[in-house]
Design a protein around this ligand. Structure first.
Ligand code: AHN
Ligand code: ZN
Length: 334
């Protein structure tokens, strides 16, 4: 017994010594051979959670302003923001559209630390387009789109960010705005194109009449079509004009996190989108993170404004790349 115990003690000592040596050598090897990986300061963005919020919006049916599905989804979005600890404000209005039709606007705003002077604005549109006017079949063009990517994806990422903001509060204020009536621009199949601004109507209404008087934020980030596989967020040109420093900060953060493939350092052209009025009215220097394609007919992904914009295109990895990048920008703010 004594000999056996002595033997196992010696074996344990030798094993321990070898472990120490190998550990020392591997550590010193790491220090010389591999650069220190970037250490994120943000909590982990849960892409499964974002995916579920996306599915839940699509399950209401097309979120076309004036429909029951739109109203029900709006109630659900406001309740989600409230459940995630935001102070919720709604802005309702009515506007006259290009065809003389009266359309309702319902902007939904969730605020964190509403009394803080320093603020950041995050936004996306929550309505979906009433007509799939990029379809080739004229009958199919009249149907509303599901808007999984165009609409629901940006909102889903922002809901997951809201959930994270509740769990790990920031000192600065954050406003999350879901803008309505972005996507009811006059359809391309109508022969008489009426002059006017028929896109991004909800955000223009808010930019002119914000929910808080003299509203200003340090910067703004718009998420538009951030859910499809193989998305490429080219540097949108209004973003470069109005907020070049933010473009640089967001793109370099994405590259540090390992999402460089989604954020090529290439310019993608001017896109009339919800960030335009926010910039023009000087509410916040704002950028647009939007999936742009240089080699497509429309400049967007092939499912854009077609009946194919449904769950089949949605890829959790894209939601993760965008969501984690935005979170990291927020949690590295000084
Ligand atoms: C225009 O095509 C004029 N603007 C694109 C903005 C948009 C529509 N984003 C999503 N749907
Ligand atoms: Zn659209």
């Amino acid at each position: 017994m004594r000999r056996a115990r002595m033997f196992s003690l010696v074996v344990a000592m030798i094993a321990g010594l070898m472990l120490t040596i190998s550990c020392n050598s591997c550590q010193s090897g790491k220090k010389t051979a591999v650069a220190e990986p970037y250490q994120p300061l943000s909590p982990a963005f849960n892409a499964d959670s974002a995916y579920r919020y996306l599915e839940q919006q699509v399950a209401f049916g097309p979120r076309v302003p004036g429909t029951a599905a739109h109203e029900a989804c709006g109630d659900w979005l406001a309740a989600k923001l409230a459940a995630f600890g935001a102070t919720v404000t709604e802005q309702r209005a009515e506007v006259t559209h290009y065809d003389g039709r009266k359309l309702p606007i319902r902007n939904i705003i969730g605020s964190y630390a509403p009394a803080q002077a320093k603020r950041v604005l995050l936004f996306a549109h929550w309505d979906s387009r009433p007509f799939a006017d990029q379809e080739s079949d004229p009958m199919r063009r009249l149907q509303p789109i599901a808007g999984a990517d165009d609409g629901a994806s940006g909102v889903a990422a922002l809901l997951e960010i809201a959930r994270q903001l509740q769990q790990k509060p920031l000192e600065m204020g954050v406003d999350i705005i879901f803008f309505d009536l972005e996507d009811w621009g006059q359809p391309s199949f109508e022969p008489q194109q009426v002059t006017g601004d028929w896109w991004c109507v909800g955000s223009r209404y808010w930019a002119e009449e914000p929910h808080v008087e003299n509203y200003r934020a340090a910067y703004g980030i718009l998420l538009d079509m951030v859910g499809s596989g193989g998305a490429t967020f080219l540097k949108e040109s209004y973003s470069m004009r109005y907020a070049p420093a933010m473009v640089e900060r967001v793109w370099s953060t994405a590259h540090k996190l390992g999402y460089g493939n989604y954020f090529p350092r290439q310019e993608g052209g001017y896109i009339t989108d919800d960030h335009l009025s926010v910039n023009e009215m000087k509410r916040a220097p704002s950028i647009n993170i939007i999936n742009l394609k240089r080699d497509s007919r429309t400049g967007f992904a092939p499912h854009w404004h077609t009946l194919n914009d449904d769950m089949r295109n949605i890829d959790r990895n894209t939601l993760k790349a965008v969501g984690q990048t935005v979170l990291e920008v927020l949690y590295t703010e000084k």
